[in-house]
Design a protein. Structure first.
Length: 138
């Protein structure tokens, strides 16, 4: 229970330090500080200094920014490689689709023999190629 309370207090501490603080002096000359202004008393608002932002610890071999730049460069290279592979795939798929449309006498090699595609097989391959292009190419 104490651990839960401690964790809660630590978690809420940044909000506690950010609240406005009011200062006033009562009739006896005692100075008071509170989160709420007094009723019927003149008070002044104190500016609380904000805590400095935590700086990330420097990493050996280039620091935080150097490591992030290396990661960014690696990711950019991977994306560029994937885009190049996709472009090559799309060019090949479009070439194959053009061959299927323009050449009614296509043959394929099956078990070492060349066999001619039937019109139904050719149409199936046209539909399949169009589907692949639509899904993968822009």
């Amino acid at each position: 229970m104490r651990m839960l309370l401690l964790t809660l207090l630590i978690g809420l501490s940044p909000w506690c330090t950010a609240a406005q603080i009011y200062k006033w002096v009562d009739a006896q000359g005692v100075t008071h500080f509170d989160a709420q202004p007094p009723q019927g008393q003149p008070s002044t608002t104190l500016q609380t200094p904000s805590s400095p932002a935590a700086k990330p610890a420097p990493m050996p071999g280039g620091g935080v920014m150097g490591d992030q730049k290396a990661i960014d460069d690696k990711v950019k290279k991977q994306v560029a490689d994937q885009q190049a592979q996709l472009k090559a795939f799309c060019e090949q798929a479009r070439t194959n689709l053009a061959q299927l449309h323009n050449n009614p006498r296509l043959r394929e090699e099956v078990e070492g023999e060349l066999r001619r595609l039937s019109d139904a097989q050719r149409q199936e391959r046209i539909v399949e190629a169009q589907k692949q292009i639509a899904e993968n190419c822009q």
